[in-house]
Design a protein around this ligand. Structure first.
Ligand SMILES: Nc1ncnc2c1ncn2[C@@H]1O[C@H](COP(=O)(O)OP(=O)(O)OP(=O)(O)O)[C@@H](O)[C@H]1O
Ligand SMILES: [Mg+2]
Length: 221
């Protein structure tokens, strides 16, 4: 479904991703584990089109993503929750959730419908909807970032270190949301990065390790 072939990325003149070849199948949850600076964020940002490839190709089913500008990729049902969250403080939680759908000009009706599904997956967002984006704890911000990624990410969901700094109780709520997602949308592909493999528990079906920008399949659960 998502296929990276020979992907090389340079940042500031240094090679950061080295000949990345991997395939993430529909309906699977994939963990990408690597220490700080290994290239996890760079990999996700490259898939999102926020960083240019030096060489290689990224394909989502029939679409060659790497030949599309970054802003065009959300239209292919890809949701991204960055490690630094970026919740807009002057907007309510609900406005934050709706924002990416407005950005790709979805109809009011389809946004309302999608919001209902997302709130079913992450019911903890319901009491937060009217709250200001500035009034959230770090953990709550991560839940909102998950919800926002889900609003458009109906095919592919990219989550950058979601469990980092999350209190154990919120970690369980997050994990429960991911398993509800699998039940409601069995075809979705979820990619989760972590530096600490233990935080992933038994969520992933597969784990890839990344080290100095090189990726390899570690295990199939
Ligand atoms: N904008 C940039 N310009 C130059 N080098 C960068 C840039 N962003 C990241 N790097 C370098 O690329 C490498 C990979 O960084 P990246 O943020 O992808 O790692 P990571 O695995 O996400 O790390 P962390 O666990 O700390 O989030 C690091 O050596 C980093 O210093
Ligand atoms: Mg990172």
């Amino acid at each position: 479904m998502l296929k990276l072939t020979g992907v090389n990325v340079d940042l500031a003149g240094n090679r950061i991703l080295r000949d990345v070849n991997c395939t993430f199948e529909k309906g699977t949850t994939v963990g990408i584990v690597g220490r700080n600076g290994a290239g996890k964020t760079t990999l996700l940002r490259t898939i999102m089109g926020l960083i240019k490839l030096q060489a290689g190709e990224i394909r989502l089913d029939e679409v060659i993503l790497s030949s599309l500008p970054g802003h065009a990729r959300a239209g292919y049902q890809i949701g991204y929750s960055p490690e630094d969250r970026i919740i807009f403080p002057t907007m309510s939680v609900e406005e934050n959730l709706r924002l990416p759908c407005h950005a790709i000009k979805q109809s009011r009706q389809s946004i309302d419908h999608r919001l209902e599904v997302v709130l079913e997956v992450v019911p903890d967002l319901v009491p937060m909807l009217k709250r200001s984006g500035s009034a959230l704890s770090g953990g709550q911000g991560k839940m909102v970032a998950l919800g926002r990624a889900l609003m458009v990410g109906t095919r592919l969901l990219l989550l950058d270190e979601p469990f980092q700094g999350l209190a154990p109780k919120l970690g369980l709520i997050y994990t429960d949301a991911l398993s509800r997602l699998k039940t409601l949308q069995p075809d979705i592909c979820v990619v989760i990065t972590e530096s600490n493999i233990k935080l992933l528990g038994n969520i992933p079906d597969r784990i890839w390790t990344i080290e100095r920008g090189s990726i390899e399949l570690q295990q199939t659960m």
